[in-house]
Design a protein around this ligand. Structure first.
Ligand code: ZN
Length: 78
């Protein structure tokens, strides 16, 4: 299990998200962004749009995805 913050995943806050794989953490971030925006948090709007753009355009999102996986891999196991 490893932990990354919302900020490390391109978001604006320090909420910690944990998972066993980078994909788990990315999905947790996706959920967190969606919920934040739904509850009216405009600070998360931009990161939410960026995340949606990545799902829509996987080729363009690939660089971010690779970087995030690399950052996840370099974290110490907790
Ligand atoms: Zn956040």
């Amino acid at each position: 299990m490893k932990t990354m913050t919302c900020k490390q995943l391109g978001g604006p806050c320090d909420l910690a998200l944990s998972g066993d794989t980078a994909d788990d953490v990315i999905q947790a971030q996706d959920r967190h962004l969606r919920e934040a925006v739904k509850s009216g948090d405009s600070a998360h709007q931009e990161a939410h749009e960026a995340m949606k753009g990545r799902w829509r355009n996987p080729i363009r999102g690939m660089g971010w995805y690779r970087d995030t996986k690399k950052a996840f891999a370099s974290l110490p196991e907790a």
